[in-house]
Write a protein that binds this ligand. Sequence first.
Ligand code: ZN
Length: 371
Amino acid sequence: MPIMEFLPDNKVQDTSQYPRLKLELNERARILAIERAPHMEYIHRLEKPRIVNGVPEYHEEEKRDGTKQRVLTQDFIGTPICLGDLGIIEEKGVDPVNCPICAASVKGDMVAGPVRRFAMNVIRYALKPGQQGFALAEPYSVSCIAWAFGDAMFNKLTDFATEWGSLQQHDLLLGPCTVKQYQKFDVNVAATAEWLASEDRKRLTAETYKSSKAEDLAPLCGRKAKREYIESDLESIEMAWRVVHAHTAGGVPDLTGGDSAALAAGLDDLLADLPAAEHDATFRDLVATEPAEAAPVQVANQDLLDDLLAEPAAQSSAPSAAPSAETAPVGGDVGVQVETLSVQEADGISVPKPHGETIVEDEFEALLGDL
Ligand SMILES: [Zn+2]
């Protein structure tokens, strides 16, 4: 019989249980997108009409104009990762040959086509309790958690990276959360990144990231499901819809707006994944793009970064050189140094351009390992 040593490597690796970024009502978070690019998977969001005693259930929902409409109640089943071929999905939007859910989505409105879901490891700063701002708790404390999001958030982050350069040098300010169920909150970009404010912070943050990051981010995007489970889910969805259609045909329910419209509306709310028009530029490309001018507020000194981020063995060969262009990192007064840019405003107004120096991406790699 094989033996299993009590070693960390022998523990079951289940990153679907990994701690995720989730805000309580009115809660805020200050985070750092420490990785240059998120992991991406195409997923399907599966749900099916709720059938009670052989009858589909409806509920009232208020529309934006204040009027109410009856909407089919749907139960969430899961978000399996699409079995389709990535190249085919990117080209055609669906892959009915390889993925049974894609095939079902082409045939009717029971299930939706694949949508992109992203996940990345982020650093979450501990904030001063009981305050309305984004000031850090003392002493400095961070944790590494996973953040999963859809296309809408991806586009916001892409806009930030385009305007401000690497998000490794700009914290993200989230919240306050207005609807916990849908995780609705604003995201603003800070002028600086708190982790770069001192050498101790850099070291602690890098170590926290390296020691507790989720290695496999795919399960944080969606469920890796076997084909037979997916087919069984599809069967139960189809059966539920058959009941709905039977009742609809009999003229019983009032389907204001239609089944598919209600389904689509629910999807948008829950996933916050409004289909994006263009995704030509990848997040990685944009984040890796160095801004023409770099930020003055928090310039990480390259020599110091080299020293701090290098592996122990390599440290002796890199004596700390005299910093030539180091600006004083702002340490204490967080409230003063943070400049936020509201997402809503970002489209319409001119955004202050960062200027100054930036860290070369290679330095981050040396500090953080494989990204
Ligand atoms: Zn699919």
